[in-house]
Design a protein around this ligand. Structure first.
Ligand SMILES: [Zn+2]
Length: 194
């Protein structure tokens, strides 16, 4: 054990150092969000609305990483945003999709808040996050903006077809897209969105 502890320390230190490498200072992160105000207006508006009004959101951390997803949520109330998705513009990652991501991450915070730690599992957490994004983007559709809901439904269906079943997002979606709740959102979109 005495030999192991320094090794373990080095191991964890290297992980922390690796993570730090991608970290962007908060002020620089907010500046990049500010610079993307016109390119991502819906994201920008929701981002500030959440900072002002979402009590479960305690902190935003920015990273700039060419691999990995656009956002992550942590049970301590932190949401991490990957600025690479703003800096190197991706054609398939527009304002509507970013908005869905932001709601998805807030959905995770609600799941963490409502579910005691022993009952949490990654697949249910993803499911709750996807459901929250659908619920919130449906509210937007009821206020005449159907595009985020459309983007969310499309990307969820697409991702459900992935073979990466080690990914809890994929596992949650494979179940969800075959269930009545998802069908209800699709039916709502068909009836109310052009
Ligand atoms: Zn998620």
């Amino acid at each position: 054990m005495k030999i192991l502890s320094p090794l373990l320390f080095l191991f964890f230190f290297s992980i922390i150092a690796k993570a730090q490498h991608f970290k962007v200072l908060g002020t620089a992160g907010y500046r990049i969000i500010e610079e993307n105000k016109t390119a991502f207006p819906k994201f920008y508006q929701l981002f500030h609305q959440l900072l002002d009004q979402e009590p479960l959101l305690k902190q935003v951390i920015f990273i700039n990483k060419k691999t990995g997803g656009p956002g992550f949520a942590n049970p301590n109330g932190t949401i991490t945003l990957n600025l690479d998705y703003f800096i190197r513009k991706k054609p398939r990652f527009d304002d509507n999709r970013w908005l869905v991501v932001l709601y998805h991450e807030v959905g995770h915070l609600h799941y963490f808040d409502e579910t005691p730690r022993p009952r949490r599992n990654p697949e249910d957490s993803e499911r709750a996050a996807f459901e929250y994004s659908l619920q919130k983007t449906k509210e937007m559709a009821m206020n005449n903006d159907c595009l985020p809901l459309k983007s969310g439904l499309q990307n969820m269906l697409l991702r459900s077809q992935s073979n990466e079943t080690t990914d809890p997002h994929v596992r949650a979606l494979k179940r969800m897209v075959n269930e009545p709740l998802y069908a209800e959102y699709v039916a709502f979109q068909k009836a109310n969105c052009k």
